[in-house]
Structure formats: C-alpha cells, structure tokens
Design a binder for this molecule. Structure first.
Ligand code: GLA
Length: 382
C-alpha cells in the first residue's frame, strides 16, 4: 500500500498532503459502545492511506486503488450507491461544511489493506483518515476525539449506519503498545499498556464470512437495548443514564415486563460491561489466563444472549480454543461474520496459524486470513 506513489503516477505530481489511518481490533466490550459502556479496542497495522492535493475549482477527482474505481465530479453529485467508498469521504466533507468550512475540491488517491466487511473497521479508518486530511488542508484544530465524533456523524447521517463511537475513536486515538479504554458514556478515556510482556500474543483470524446485510440486524439490537433500558427505568424507578449502568439485579427486577429477546440483549450488555472492567484489572496484573477466560465468556454471551455470532465464527473460535496454548478466543466487531481475536501463548502462535490454514481455511475452501497483531499508532500525517 502506497497512496503517495500511486498519486504520483496518476496525477504526475507529488501530493501536497498524505495521511494514514488504522483499522482496529476490539479486545473486549462488544456492542456496548452505544449502550454507554466501556470498550477496549486498539489500532492495528492495517489501515488506509490518502494522498491528496486541494483544488480550487470545486472538482473532486478521487481514485480508490483497492477497487480501481474513480469518482470525478462536483460535491453535489457525489452521493451514490455504486461507489460505496466515496460516501465515507463525502460524508466527512459534508460534516466539515456543517462546521462552516468549505472544501473547494480535491485530487486524491485512497489505498488500503484492511479486508472489507471483516469487522476491522475499514470504514471508520476511511472516515478518520479523510477528517485528518481535511484538518491538515483547512488548518482546523479538532481534537482527536472530535475527529472521531465527526467520522461517526458522517457514518450515522450520510452513510446511514447507526454505529457507535468505538471504531472511529480507536482509529483516531490509537497508540503503539497501548489499548484504548473508552467510557462511551462520558467519552473519557485511558490508554493502558497492551505490551503483553512477550508471553502472549493476539491473533486475528477471519471467519471467511463477509458481514453482509448486517446493518438491519445491528439496528435491531440497538432498538432492543433502548427498549430494555426504558423498561428497567420504569420498573426500578432509578435514574439510569444508559444500559451499561444498570446492574443484573435491576435487570432481574424488570424481567416481568421485558420480553425474552430484550432480556437477553440487556443481559449481554450488562455482563459485557463487567467483563471489560475485569479484563482491564487482569491485564494490569498480567493475568493472561483470566483475560482469556473473559474473552471466551464474551463470545458465549455474544452468541447466546446477543445472537450476533454465526456457525463459522463459532467453529473457528472453538477450533482456536482447543489448540494447546490458546487462552481465549472471541468474535470481534459487530459479528455476523468477520474476524475473531484470540489470546495465545507466544510459542503456540505460529503452530495455531498453520493449523488454521490447513484445518479451517483449506478445509472450507476459503482464502486464509490470519495474522498476529500488536497495537499501533492512530491516524497520522505521513
Ligand atoms: C461496529 C460498530 C461499533 C460497535 C461494534 C460492536 O463495529 O461500528 O460502533 O458497536 O460494531 O461492538
């Protein structure tokens, strides 16, 4: 991946600005960012790059190297279902315009190495990368959190996906060797070390299932959680600001007025919040055994209570779990396909990846996509 070089070839000039924004893996805290919970993602080495030069004539000439597709035209004509990638770029441009900035035009090349629909947040990386690029071009002073929020608004309003803040925050705020512990209610955050002391390593493995058609299911889950918190407030009479602030006792007390589905969705959110807190403590003590147990418990809760797993994610995590040296494994991201994250003893990682290539990917006739990953720096100018 080298957007500046492709830009040079395509436009016969050097780009004035180049940026790089990472994808993310969420270690734990799944489907609770929009429930005001704590999440623990980190930025990864895979990401997107944008090389660009502003134009003065209102024309946008964008080239997405990963798809070999272009958009050429004015801002007004930009929204289209065909070039889905350009909606992320224009969504961000619209958000800057709403803040009173005008973006006159752009020649740009976008390239990326995050597999699409894999649960590794290629869209958030593109939004955050575009926002960082415009910040450089326009000379604005948005904080990294404001960049993340702007990216989220672009996705909510322009792309039409009602996502939470986690992915954009991880891409904007990531730090090498650290995770992001984000309180999605207050937006306060800490960046605890994620160095893993050379004992264990995080392995990401794709289920081979692309997360197609998951937006409606995602919105349904959000709806069930919103209904659950209303019911809990009503039944307990407590002023609870978000679902992750409720306790299991509150939930049990409200069981009579919750239907089965809402009860289970809420139980996932409430228990997942507890697991995040415990994971942070276990990581601080280098108690990787416990971290692994919590990752497993998170997966089972996402499978049984939240119902966002699929047979391939279950099979893959089960296979990883039974490999000697694995401490825990779970789906990461929205689910319905996409990737898993697993905590594995360092000397078992190579063997595990070989095992998966043969016994999971080859066995299913799927292309292997498995790699060990560390936490990397967030969006930056290159
Ligand atoms: C997607 C969304 C995030 C988050 C996760 C699930 O990645 O973009 O905001 O809700 O799903 O944890």
């Amino acid at each position: 991946m080298n957007a500046p070089q492709i830009y040079q070839q395509r436009f016969q000039a050097s780009p004035e600005f180049s940026v790089r924004a990472p994808g993310r893996v969420n270690l734990i805290g799944e489907h609770i960012d929009y429930n005001g919970g704590h999440v623990l993602p980190f930025a990864i080495a895979k990401g997107i790059e944008i090389a660009a030069t502003p134009r003065k004539d209102g024309l946008f000439r964008l080239y997405a190297a990963q798809f070999d597709e272009t958009y050429e035209g004015p801002l007004a004509a930009a929204k289209t279902a065909d070039r889905f990638w350009s909606n992320y770029v224009f969504g961000v441009i619209h958000e800057f315009e709403k803040l009173g900035h005008s973006v006159p035009g752009l020649d740009a090349v976008i390239d990326g190495d995050i597999p699409l629909s894999s649960g590794l947040s290629s869209s958030a990386a593109l939004e955050v990368g575009t926002a960082w690029l415009l910040q450089q071009i326009l000379g604005t002073n948005l904080t990294r959190m404001e960049i993340a929020q702007l990216g989220q608004r672009a996705e909510n309003r322009y792309v039409g996906v009602n996502c939470g803040i986690m992915d954009q925050a991880a891409s904007a705020l990531g730090q090498a060797g650290r995770a992001l512990l984000l309180d999605c209610n207050s937006l306060q955050f800490e960046q605890p070390a994620l160095e893993l002391k050379g004992e264990v390593v995080l392995v990401v493995a794709h289920s081979g299932i692309r997360r197609g058609l998951s937006h409606s299911a995602y919105n349904e889950r959000r709806g069930a959680c919103d209904a659950a918190i209303d019911a809990i407030r009503q039944e307990t009479g407590k002023k609870i600001s978000c679902l992750c602030e409720a306790s299991l006792e509150d939930l049990e007390a409200s069981k009579a007025i919750l239907d089965n589905e809402r009860y289970h969705r809420a139980r996932h959110a409430i228990t997942e919040e507890q697991r995040v807190r415990e994971t942070v403590q276990a990581l601080a003590k280098c108690d990787y055994q416990r971290v692994g147990e919590l990752l497993n418990a998170s997966h089972f809760s996402l499978r049984d209570d939240y119902d966002v797993s699929c047979p391939e994610l279950d099979e893959l995590t089960a296979r990883i779990r039974q490999y000697p040296g694995t401490l825990g494994s779970r789906l990461t991201g929205a689910g319905f396909g996409g990737c898993t994250v697993s905590l594995v003893k360092v000397d078992a990682a190579e063997g595990l990846m070989e095992d998966l290539k043969k016994n999971y990917y080859e066995a299913h006739g799927m292309e292997a996509l498995v790699f060990a990953t560390a936490s990397e720096e967030g969006v930056r100018t290159i």
